[in-house]
Design a protein around this ligand. Structure first.
Ligand code: ADP
Length: 934
């Protein structure tokens, strides 16, 4: 239970609650202000009071001093009046004595009176005391004072103490003048200073203040306390007395010496005033306590207020601090609770100030936090959900990919397994077709062979589409001749239209002959389109058109340039419904299921075609009109290249300049043929539609030199047969040597092979066939093999076997005995007589060790040692040169690559096509390797 985690701050030792801080600060401030003001006020009050007291004391002292002076003045005046009234020398001594007695009687302060002549002799004397002690008085009047009095001054002696009574006494002397104004006597009076005591004692100075009189030596003369006066005490230790005696300066302005020890020893405020007729001073003092009682009262009062204010301040501070800190504390607690995961925390402080604002903002923040936390939670949930989905998807993808790999493996294996028996079926039916059969048998056999071919193309299609879908379609990049590709396809499909009312024509306009690319795939595209066209065209015309696309304006171009080829296949067939146009390029889509049932097909062809075209950087589209026909157009991006057959004899050379005439009513054929001739270097002298026209044209030709070498005659002319026309021409001496070549459909070759024709070409006329037919007819050469290569094998076969391979020793390695037999048959038909057999790679290697072969045909998949291993062994141990041709049911590009990597010379796919077999064998056994290639 670690829930009780306090916020950082409280555990911090330096932590001071905000509340106490605020309170302390507030108190300090108030304290400071109050104290400051109190001190200031007290100070100024003391100052004022001091000045006041000072002034008061001054006045009192002055007044008292005046009174004391007046006492002496009065006595001196009465004495002067007495001696002025009666000259003491001249007057009657009794009268003088009476005067003296009167004076003594009226002035109780006078104790003794003495009148002396100027020479010092006594004139009269009177005393209040019982026994006269004049001597005592005389003793205190010294010559100095006597002299001063005789000089006309009123003089006082210093104070002295009577030994008996201990009273302070003083003697005052006044001069006595005669009528002439001369001083002839002096009058002295001894004064008891006790009489000024009362005067001084009666002075009222406040409640406790007092006054005292000191003489010029600092001795106390008069004070309330008689004993101290009588003891003759000197007060020179008191500040105010010292000041009077001149030992100190005037009082300091800053009143540092304002407080002083007073008469009774207390702290007092004092002031003195000097007497006018005596060198004495009257000192007035008031105890500080009394002098500043008002101020002290005030100070106490201030202190009281201070304390009260402080109490109030404490209360106010606490209240304020609580008001400020309480919301902050609840804010802190709230954040603490939020941190612990509580979400429903709300402050709800309805304060109309900044703190209220803060609380409001906090509540808002918490609600936003709440929302975002909720959305974050759901987001997190969503994310993990999505991640799960992604993982599932990835897993599914992986499974799908695995499945796809497995599928393609399976397909490759299946196709391999299917090809092997198909190889036997097609191969043997082909051989069977060549043997002696009656009509029904031949029909059955050709049906078997056709079905085998359909099956084969289906296998091929499925293999192709699986490769396309896996994205594993690999394209070759080799030089090829576009015209050769087109003619090969035409050659393949031509049998399918022979005998049907379909005219197959082609037009290859000015295009560069050689390109870099994959001829097999181009051929496949064209074959698919042409097969479809033938399938869906009951009658009419199918035209193949090859040209450089209009967008490509590079002229003749040069090797290395990328060109855009545009190839179209147009038919006049059933067309495609408008709504199907968009989808027919998709896998397994067929425009019309009813037509499909009628025509067969898998719906894969166009999908494969499209994939191939697009891989070659082109595009394919269709334009079609139901019942009018369709046109499939595709473009290809190919790199133009130079002819790889550098230095080969120019085909044109042999026939160029020879004159020919064309006789056919079919304009398409005429046009196409004319173009083919032109490209072959022949000079077309005329084109006629009928036999009559042709004869007329011949007549019109110049007779000097036979400017015509051959006639190409359609077997089927509107006015007569081709045979008739040929015979008619040969009947005339002039044209006897003109060679007549029949233009025929495949099926009619029987007619064309006979006289009066010197050769035949099948429609559509392929350039290669035209060339060989003309060469043969004009040169008279026997060139069966050549003709054979060019695609009329059945005709040649029917003439009997050939000797293409005669004299060659051939080794065939094949584990399947049926296929072995088939290959053997095929080879024997090509004239091979020495054929060695091996049923696996090891046997083949042993045979190769034993004897020398001119050629080895090697199956790839064999028990014990497969074809690739056997080939490698032969290459390394026996013969690096002998041509080894792979013979395999594996139709994939990589199968081919593996074969070539293992050292094989070439590659043949099962089922073995007889023509292809012948081509490859001839290619690799002829001394030049090009004997028949030209
Ligand atoms: P299939 O193997 O069925 O011919 P394709 O993919 O080659 O498959 O063709 C798909 C469909 O397109 C065909 O079934 C047909 O309905 C239509 N089609 C293709 N070419 C033509 C054409 N030249 N004329 C009319 N319809 C065509």
């Amino acid at each position: 239970m670690e829930m009780e985690s306090q916020p950082e701050t409280t555990s911090n030792s330096g932590f001071r609650s905000l509340q106490s801080s605020i309170t302390a600060a507030f108190l300090l401030l108030v304290c400071f202000v109050l104290l400051f003001s109190t001190v200031l006020e007290t100070y100024s009050s003391i100052q004022t009071q001091r000045q006041l007291i000072d002034k008061q004391h001054g006045l009192i002292a002055q007044e008292a001093a005046g009174k004391v002076s007046a006492f002496f003045d009065r006595i001196a005046l009465r004495m002067k009046m007495l001696v002025r009234l009666h000259d003491p020398i001249a007057v009657d001594p009794a009268e003088l004595h009476l005067d003296l007695e009167k004076l003594l009687g009226s002035e109780s302060a006078i104790r003794h009176l003495l009148v002396l002549r100027a020479d010092g002799t006594k004139l009269d004397e009177i005393s209040r005391l019982s026994s006269l002690s004049a001597g005592a008085l005389d003793a205190h009047i010294d010559s100095y004072h006597f002299g001063r009095v005789l000089g006309g001054e009123t003089a006082f002696t210093p104070v002295y103490i009577d030994e008996v009574t201990s009273e302070p006494l003083i003697i005052v002397g006044v001069p006595a003048k005669n009528a002439l104004g001369d001083t002839n006597a002096a009058m002295f009076a001894e004064l008891n200073l006790k009489f000024i005591w009362t005067l001084v004692a009666e002075l009222r100075i406040g409640d406790e203040g007092l006054a005292y009189l000191v003489d010029e030596t600092g001795r106390l003369i008069a004070a309330d306390d008689v004993n101290r006066v009588l003891s003759g005490e000197r007060l020179t230790h008191l500040t105010e007395v010292q000041r009077f005696l001149g030992a100190l300066g005037p009082p300091h302005e800053d009143f540092t010496d304002f407080w002083q020890r007073g008469f009774t020893g207390d702290y007092v405020v004092a002031r003195h005033a000097s007497l006018e007729n005596q060198p004495w001073a009257l000192v007035v003092e008031t105890p500080v306590r009394e002098a500043f009682s008002a101020t002290i009262h005030k100070a106490w009062y201030s202190l009281l207020i201070l304390a009260l204010s402080l109490t109030l301040a404490v209360i106010a501070a606490r209240y304020l601090a609580t008001r400020v800190t309480k919301p902050i504390v609840s804010l802190r607690d709230a954040t603490h609770r939020i941190a612990q995961g509580e979400r429903s925390v709300r402050l709800d402080l309805r304060l109309k100030n900044e703190i209220g604002d803060l609380a409001h903002s906090f509540d808002h923040m918490v609600s936003v936090l709440d929302r975002t936390t909720v959305s974050r939670d759901s987001l997190a949930a969503e994310v993990s959900e999505r991640r799960r989905a992604e993982e599932a998807a990835a897993e599914a993808k992986k499974q799908a990919e695995d499945a796809s790999v497995a599928k393609s493996r399976f397909l490759a294996n299946m196709s391999h397994e299917l090809r092997t028996p198909l190889n036997a079926i097609i191969g043997f039916t082909t051989l069977l077709e060549d043997s002696k059969l009656d009509g029904v048998q031949r029909d059955y056999v050709s049906t078997v062979r056709g079905s085998g071919n359909v099956l084969l193309s289906l296998i091929n299609d499925i293999l192709d589409i699986s490769k396309v879908e896996e994205g594993r379609l690999e394209l070759e990049r080799i030089p090829f001749e576009i015209e050769h590709v087109v003619e090969t396809v035409l050659q393949i499909v031509r049998p399918r239209v022979s005998g049907s009312p379909i005219e197959l024509i082609h037009d290859i306009s000015d295009i560069p002959p050689w390109f870099l690319g994959d001829p097999t795939r181009v051929q496949q595209i064209l074959l698919n389109l042409l097969s479809n066209a033938i399938k869906f065209t009951p009658r009419g015309r199918i035209a193949v058109d090859v040209r450089i696309d209009e967008s490509d304006r590079k002229g003749a171009g040069h090797p290395g340039l990328r060109r855009t080829l545009r190839i179209s296949v147009r038919d006049s067939g059933i067309g495609i419904p408008r709504d199907k146009l968009a989808t027919i390029f998709e896998v397994f889509v067929q425009a019309d299921t009813s037509t499909t049932r009628r025509f067969g097909g898998s719906g894969l062809g166009l999908a494969i075609t499209k994939a191939f075209v697009e891989r070659m950087g082109g595009r394919i589209w269709v334009e079609s009109e139901p019942e009018q026909g369709s046109e499939f157009i595709f473009t290809l991006e190919l790199e133009q290249c130079a002819s790889p057959e550098q230095g080969a004899p120019d085909d044109r050379g042999s026939l160029s300049g020879r004159g020919v005439g064309i006789v056919t009513s079919n304009g398409d054929i005429a046009g196409s043929l004319r173009e083919t001739c032109r490209r072959e270097g022949l000079v077309v002298r005329f084109v006629s539609a009928t036999g009559a026209e042709a004869r007329k044209a011949l007549q019109g030709l110049s007779s000097e030199e036979p400017s015509i070498d051959a006639l190409l005659v359609d077997l089927d002319l509107p006015d007569q047969t081709g045979t008739e026309l040929a015979e008619a021409i040969h009947g005339q001496d002039r044209w006897r040597n003109v060679r007549v070549i029949a233009l025929t459909h495949d099926l009619l070759t029987e007619v064309a092979e006979r006289d009066p024709f010197q050769g035949y070409v099948t429609r559509p006329v392929l350039r290669s066939e035209l060339r060989s037919a003309l060469a043969q007819a004009l040169g008279g050469r026997e060139s069966t093999a050549e003709a054979d290569r060019d695609g009329t094998p059945s005709a040649k076969a029917r003439r009997g076997g050939d000797d293409t391979l005669s004299g060659l020793r051939i080794l065939v390695a094949e584990d399947n005995t049926v296929n072995l037999r088939l290959v053997r048959q095929l080879l024997e038909r090509m004239g091979a007589r020495e054929i060695e057999e091996a049923s696996n790679g090891r046997e083949a290697l042993d045979a190769a060790r034993r004897e020398r072969f001119d050629l080895i045909l090697m199956d790839v998949q064999m028990p014990e040692m497969n074809g690739l291993e056997a080939t490698q062994a032969i290459r390394e141990q026996v013969d690096a040169e002998v041509p080894i041709i792979a013979l395999t049911a594996g139709a994939l590009q990589e199968d081919r690559r593996h074969a070539l990597d293992a050292g094989m010379t070439d590659f043949l796919t099962k089922p073995v096509d007889r023509t292809e077999l012948r081509r490859v064998l001839v290619l690799h056994t002829s001394p030049s390797g090009k004997r028949l290639e030209r």
